[in-house]
Design a protein around this ligand. Structure first.
Ligand SMILES: [Zn+2]
Length: 367
């Protein structure tokens, strides 16, 4: 089984799958599952995400309420430079030219492999495994999942904490564009104009940027102006985001941003508009875990020989968008190291542990 899982993982990362271009790798997953007697179908998420396919949803029949596992299949690679996995002492690395794509294909491989074993269990729950698209781009194919049976428990596999760690909260992310509107005139008539750049500058100087004490963040990362050297700019936009762990905290950050924008306008005579980029924003995730989910997670960790733990993560995850739709949503750490970098790696041990954990969760659902 060991070498099988490792070679399955390597075969997946060799297929490029940047966000929106997951068709090829999903076909590979589809063929693998079908070859082992597991049915899967594509949903309509591709229409909404603008990608070349939807989520691939596999199902295994069983008793009781369904449990759903989710693993996104897109990676942060550019899709041009092929990923060349190299195995050294039981750990897989890229050749240093690209990311490895263990985020999230280590989870994908472990889940695929686990499904084969779950299918053979005498006592098993109904299992839905969703291989989702466009997570890394923030568009979140997972938010368009509509499985036929509504699952009682949803497990999202992602994140690089130790395997055995479950994720119960993740930062939300509000992406915004703050536009200052002044009046554009030639430099020689500057007294008749209103300089929007000045408002933007005051805004940047006034706004607290970076980390706040309690896991809140504000960033301004871009500035848009069609400015020329001899024109007082009439319109300047700032691009940024706010991150927080709860809705009230997020609302507080957005109020602070507006307050500073108003002050910048008061000082310059500009007006402003604040646009929220809904496509790239996700709400904070804070699990309302029912007792059964926690019990399943605990007992599955124990029987897979892993130390159970609960953590919060700074990144946004599919948990954030799924929480609105399902009663009990929890994240499962995938393991691996240095995701989104050329130094990314994952050990075979992590993948095996993850596979065993998924199988144990399925078993614990019918205990
Ligand atoms: Zn990921």
């Amino acid at each position: 089984m060991q070498t099988d899982l490792l070679s399955l993982f390597c075969s997946l990362v060799r297929v490029p799958s940047p966000s929106g271009r997951e068709l090829q790798v999903s076909r590979k997953i589809y063929t693998y599952l079908k070859g082992h007697g597991i049915k899967a179908h594509y949903d309509g998420a591709g229409k909404h995400t603008g990608g070349n396919c939807g989520n691939l949803v596999a199902e295994i029949d069983g008793k009781g309420p369904a449990i759903m596992f989710i693993a996104h299949i897109d990676t942060v690679e550019d899709g041009k430079t092929p990923i060349n996995p190299i195995v050294r002492n039981g750990t897989v690395y890229s050749d240093g030219k690209t990311v490895l794509g263990a985020d999230n294909k280590a989870a994908v491989a472990a889940l695929m492999s686990a499904l084969l074993e779950i299918k053979e269990l005498d006592k098993r729950p109904r299992v839905i495994a969703a291989f989702t698209v466009s997570e890394e781009s923030g568009v979140m194919g997972a938010s368009f999942l509509r499985p036929r049976a509504k699952p009682g428990h949803v497990f999202v596999i992602d994140g690089s904490s130790r395997v055995g760690t479950f994720i119960s909260s993740a930062l939300g992310d509000t992406s915004f564009q703050l536009k200052f509107i002044g009046k554009s005139v030639h430099t020689a008539y500057a007294e008749r104009g209103i300089n929007a750049m000045k408002a933007a500058g005051i805004m940047i100087a006034r706004q607290r940027l970076g980390k706040y004490g309690d896991e809140r963040y504000v960033n301004i990362g871009g500035i848009i102006s069609d400015g020329k050297d001899n024109v007082v700019p009439g319109s300047v936009s700032l691009i940024g985001e706010a991150r927080a762990l709860s809705k009230p905290k997020m609302d507080g950050l957005m109020r602070e941003i507006e307050k500073n924008a108003k002050e910048a306008c008061r000082m310059t005579g500009c007006s402003y508009r604040l646009y929220i980029n809904k496509r790239n924003s996700v709400p904070p995730y804070s699990a309302r875990l029912d007792k059964k989910t926690i019990r399943m997670a605990r007992s599955a960790s124990r029987s897979a020989g892993l130390k159970f733990g609960l953590v919060q993560v700074k990144g946004t995850m599919e948990t954030n968008v799924l929480q609105a739709r399902y009663k009990s949503v929890i994240g499962i750490s995938r393991g691996g190291k240095m995701p989104h970098s050329k130094e990314e790696s994952v050990s075979e041990k992590d993948m095996l542990s993850l596979r065993n954990l998924v199988i144990s969760i399925a078993k614990s659902a019918v205990e």
